[in-house]
Write a protein that binds this ligand. Sequence first.
Ligand code: TYD
Ligand code: ZN
Length: 403
Amino acid sequence: METSCRICAGPVKGSVDLGVQPRGNAFPKADDLAGEFFYRLLVGMCDSCAMVQLMADIPQEVRYHDQYPYRASNSTVHSDHFAGVARRLLRTELTGFDPFIVEIGCNDGVMLASIADAGLRHLGVEPSQEVAALAKSKGVRVLSSFFDEETAGEIRAQHGPADVIFGANVIAHISHLDSVLKGAVTLLGPNGVFVFEEPYLGAVVEQTAFDLFYDEHSFVFSVSSIRAAARLFGLELVDAEPLAIHGGSMRYTLAKRGARTPAPAVAELLADERARRLDRHATLEDLSRRAERVREDLTALLRELRADGKRVAGYGAPAKITTVTNYCGIGTDLIPYVCDSTPSKQDRVVAGSHIPVVPPSVFAEDSPDYAVLFAWNHAKEIMAKESGFTGRWIVYVPEVRIL
Ligand code: TYD
Ligand code: ZN
């Protein structure tokens, strides 16, 4: 199968086939499974700009509904990270007269709350009403809308140019990325920057993190693909910084073309990506083979444990669990429940595989023999929290192992 690139219209060939999948964050009620939405999760790379992208087009209205369950503040590591981002922006980019910062997808205000506390002009653009309400309760100004070229023009008309546009774990979600980049050009002042941090293709490949592919992740960025995308729209990649968050992310800084001198990190990371062949189809094809191996190993292990009469549970219900369980064909026969601390996911089931989500207290009382760590990017925090767990952890990234 071939489609055309969402960024440059070049040819995109499907390299990773993760099968028929529901929406990663759907978490339907157990008695409301009739309307589940399914699509073919195929991932490909553009021949021209090397952008890794989903081949299917899922309408964003289907994805960001009012009950979007993801809460950025749920992890203390994440809260600390975003408070740090705010402090750094306040120190570096927001030091001029009456600065203005816009955050695309401000979620529950985890970052902008610190900016609001500092008394700076800011605006969060957040289409999901429930999380927007949480942000507002922290004193954050929110525009309930999707960010695109038109919204950017309206914001500029009302508030003037932005010194910073920020986004975290949201820019790669937006299938109309071209319109977002045009919007950034419209909204930014002459020396303004568009800073965003998103899961990094290099980390996905290195860790065989195929579960990072789900409907919301329209793209997985690399330094080379972002540099190419920026160029197409009059922007320039002026800095890139690897981050440990979300199992391996990259923070990109774009400026208007010619406005800033690119930091040495850009050329260094580009050279590293070329050496790792991150811009080649073969790299995705290899990832696909390693994902198949994880599927074989994980299902074999779970079947063996079931045959031995062991009790197994899941820990953490990130969107990733939807990809893994549906790709591997893991249902309640192999994992009877998964615990997660997010109240809005509890009393619901994982889409497609229908594994019930329960509060962590159920896990503590049940004390199973094995726990599959689906929220693997929070391993440290979870293992510290569950230091009383007497069973053993199973991880499947970068390969299936019992810890
Ligand atoms: P996360 O990886 O942040 O998001 P995504 O859905 O984008 O992959 O999700 C982590 C999930 O793990 C989230 O649903 C909350 C849950 N969690 C716990 O249940 N306990 C914890 O201690 C932590 C840190 C997370
Ligand atoms: Zn392209």
